[in-house]
Design a protein around this ligand. Structure first.
Ligand code: ZN
Length: 424
């Protein structure tokens, strides 16, 4: 077995250890300095934090303007304005998806994310072009990351004839999850919208991830209907509601019965915890057993010039949004962007061949990562530079065969869930 050592790292801020790897599995964690000097060092962590791989649960890689010249935002004030504006911006954009999304994916890897769920447009204005481009990119990065796709009807499904056919075609091409969007506000026929996406999901044996921005009582009513459809379709554990702003419009005590129902049906909630709208009460939902994960949503696209794909920063934004400051709160924020998401929110993905524990070793852990290449320390500083300048990462990333990497003062690797929890 090919053994290597990640030296002198502090798992979740604990005592410094050396992590001994056998191939892609963790064999042992021993006090720092005590691993055999004969074993080759993968990384000298120099006392940096060791974190589980971060999980980006909601992003739109296909529509980013990353790695292109700055473009002032031209969107109008409403969601429909922004959808139309995006059509205008991207329809004739002369930089292909791969040349925008690829550098952004590499940037996100360098920041510690190794698991991704990206919504990818399936809408008539550009047909399957985005799906095709993202599937090619997935192939390019499959040795580094797990990248899951949602067939996303951004422009509406019922109001845009032909969209459901594109979504079927996307599922035929291997897209893992059926998307949806505001069944009431955009598609104007919530029950028919839900019937359509749940029928697609059951026919193709896929999960569902629905964008739900509809506010207040309307959104809450739609969440209850999503629960009904989940139950009647037998899709327990395979449905996610992204945003669910309406859950933030009610006192948490008023939501306990609904939260219990979501937990019982295994319906996950994704929140970016944005500052300008009501957001789901993350702590209460988790306390009732609901899986909550997070994501960047759009990153420097036609919707917004904001975003950088840093999931640790997302955890900080969430903490700021909710006024979290105690260590247990911060641990919760980290869990939402890492282990918690990996083990529940993306059940279909995370039970794949590279799921921790599948490696067949007695140690049971897996550290399988990216970006270090032969000179991980050098990479660390290069990636920091790329963060500032948005320049493409240097060659070693795409050639990396190492099992962990360091970036921005972090060492991230894939860890078995119970090992990660045990380190807390
Ligand atoms: Zn989104």
């Amino acid at each position: 077995m090919n053994s290597q050592v990640i030296r002198n790292v502090r798992p979740l801020g604990g005592a410094a250890v050396d992590v001994v790897l056998d191939g892609s599995s963790i064999r042992a964690m021993v006090p720092a300095g005590s691993a055999s000097a004969q074993l080759p060092s993968l990384i000298d962590g120099k006392g940096q934090l060791l974190l589980p791989a971060l999980v980006e649960s909601h992003v739109h890689f296909d529509k980013t303007l990353w790695a292109t010249p700055w473009r002032p935002n031209s969107a109008g004030p409403t969601r429909n304005h922004r959808i139309t504006n995006e059509h205008d911006v991207l329809k004739n954009f002369d930089v292909p998806v791969a040349e925008r999304a690829g550098p952004l994916i590499e940037h996100c890897i360098a920041l510690g994310s190794l698991y991704f769920r990206s919504h990818v447009d399936a809408q008539t204005v550009w047909g399957l072009r985005h799906i095709e481009a993202m599937i090619e990119l997935r192939e390019k990065y499959k040795h580094l990351i797990d990248l899951q796709f949602v067939a996303f009807p951004q422009g509406g499904m019922l109001i845009s004839p032909g969209t459901a056919d594109l979504m079927r075609a996307a599922l035929d091409m291997g897209v893992e999850v059926v998307g949806g969007i505001d069944p009431a506000a955009i598609d104007r026929d919530p029950i028919r919208h839900l019937e359509t996406i749940f029928e697609l999901a059951t026919r193709y044996d896929r999960g569902i991830d629905i964008h739900l921005h509809d506010p207040g009582d309307l959104g809450r009513w739609e969440i209850e209907r999503i629960a009904d459809f989940t139950q009647s379709s037998g899709l327990q554990g395979r449905v996610m509601i992204s945003h669910a702003y309406s859950l933030g419009a009610f006192p948490p005590n008023d939501l306990t019965a609904l939260a219990d129902r979501l937990a019982g049906l295994g319906i996950s909630i994704m929140t970016c915890a944005p500052p300008q709208v009501t957001v789901p009460p993350v702590a209460m939902l988790r306390g009732r057993g609901v899986n909550v994960c997070s994501g960047s949503d759009g990153i420097r696209d036609a919707w917004s010039p904001m975003g950088n794909g840093d999931m640790l920063e997302r955890a900080m934004l969430m903490a700021l949004r909710f006024g979290w400051s105690k260590d247990e709160d911060l641990a919760m924020a980290l869990d939402v962007v890492s282990v918690g998401s990996a083990c529940f929110g993306h059940r279909e993905l995370w039970t794949g061949a590279r799921m921790p524990g599948q490696s067949g070793t007695a140690a049971g852990g897996e550290s399988c990562g990216s970006g270090g290449g032969p000179q991980p320390e050098a990479h660390r500083y290069q990636s920091r530079k790329s963060r500032c300048t948005r320049r493409r990462l240097p060659g070693p990333l795409s050639q990396a065969k190492s099992d962990a990497y360091a970036s921005h003062g972090r060492v991230c690797c894939r860890l078995q869930r119970d090992i990660a929890r045990g380190m807390a």
